[in-house]
Design a protein around this ligand. Structure first.
Ligand SMILES: Cc1cc2nc3c(=O)[nH]c(=O)nc-3n(C[C@H](O)[C@H](O)[C@H](O)COP(=O)(O)O)c2cc1C
Length: 328
């Protein structure tokens, strides 16, 4: 059995080389500064920044967070400082720290996405662009871009046009659709280098005192362990249909085993979100745990397990001592 330190965690994600497959999830660690008190952000696979819009935004009405039994609901509504402040302060900070920056962008119109792509694409220090398409489309009755394959593809096409070829573009998909593979195929055909899956799923909580919705914005995005099986199913289905398309697996990851589960389901890398709010050191803990999980199973690299769950069990783990590895 290889010792944990002999396990090679490096991954090639659509052409970018990462030291390990663990990234932060957009919106759960701003641009990484807060995490810097807990570990060196350059040790992460990458920092994915909070979705940035063209102009500063105040976000949705408060309260904007609600706890649920196994996750949380948020209706932050893309609060943020706007692209000028982001490019002037946050991106240079990440570059100074030598962290790999995946910049998440969000817009309300195709024109906004195009403008953001131009601004971000021409900035130094951007490893990849992640396109948050879970935003209401003002030109289409507020219907979320990610829920319509045609509109989702149009966003990716305009972004791809303005981001340099060497910078991969990831489309971040919503699970709130009936045909996820259809959306995935549409955005890949439009030029997405890979897929980030999943964004939060829409939920609602009722306050027992007022008997009204807890959140000021009424509905919110559900995240955390509650959505992990849903996210794993999404990764599995899309990898099954498009095995060559790089996938970033996201949803309720709390441990190294959770990360491993996403890799074997078909993700090349993972993002860690909600767990950061109560355990800010979680991303680097998960890197160490993933190393252990791979080593215990006699794997020598993270890359070799990507998609493994799609092959018969006897082919994959025949030589491995499985004693004690029956994880719930
Ligand atoms: C408070 C909060 C804010 C978020 N903001 C964004 C965002 O700005 N852009 C985005 O693409 N996803 C955003 N997300 C979704 C996460 O990036 C992630 O896809 C989702 O939470 C599932 O992962 P998790 O269960 O590990 O948190 C946010 C999630 C939370 C909890």
């Amino acid at each position: 059995m290889p010792s944990p330190r002999d396990v090679d965690l490096r991954v090639d994600l659509a052409g970018i080389l990462l030291p390990n497959p663990v990234m932060t999830a957009s919106g759960c660690a701003a641009a990484g500064r807060e995490l810097d008190a807990f570990f060196d952000v350059a040790d992460l696979g990458a920092v994915v920044t909070k979705s940035i819009m063209l102009d500063p935004r105040a976000g949705r009405p408060t309260p904007r967070m609600a706890e649920t039994p196994s996750g949380m609901l948020n209706s932050i509504g893309l609060q943020g400082p706007g692209i000028d402040s982001f490019l002037g302060q946050e991106l240079p900070w990440l570059a100074r720290r030598r962290a790999r920056a995946v910049v998440s962008i969000a817009g309300s119109t195709l024109g906004e996405y195009a403008e953001l792509a131009r601004r971000v694409g021409s900035s130094p220090g951007v490893s990849a662009v992640e396109v948050n398409i879970s935003c209401p489309n003002v030109a289409n009755r507020g219907m979320v871009f990610a829920c319509d394959p045609y509109q989702a593809a149009k966003v990716i096409a305009v972004v791809r046009r303005d981001v340099p070829r060497g910078v991969p573009v990831f489309a971040k998909l919503s699970p709130d659709v009936t045909d996820l593979v259809g959306v995935a195929e549409a955005v890949v055909a439009a030029g997405a280098s890979g897929l980030s899956m999943i964004n939060t799923t829409l939920g609602l909580a009722i306050d027992p005192g007022t008997l009204r919705p807890v959140l000021g914005g009424v509905t919110g995005g559900l995240s955390g362990p509650a959505i992990r099986p849903l996210a794993l199913r999404c990764v599995w289905q899309v990898h099954q249909a498009m095995p060559d398309v790089p996938i970033i697996g996201i949803g309720g990851i709390k441990t190294g085993f959770d990360a491993l589960a996403f890799l074997v389901a078909g993700a090349s890398t993972v993002q860690v979100g909600t767990v950061i709010f109560h355990d800010p050191g979680a991303p680097m803990r998960i890197v160490a745990e993933l190393r252990d999980e791979l080593s215990r199973r006699a794997f020598t690299s993270a890359a070799q397990v990507v998609g493994l769950a799609h092959t018969p069990a006897t082919d994959s783990l025949a030589a491995t001592d499985l004693e004690g590895l029956r994880t719930p």
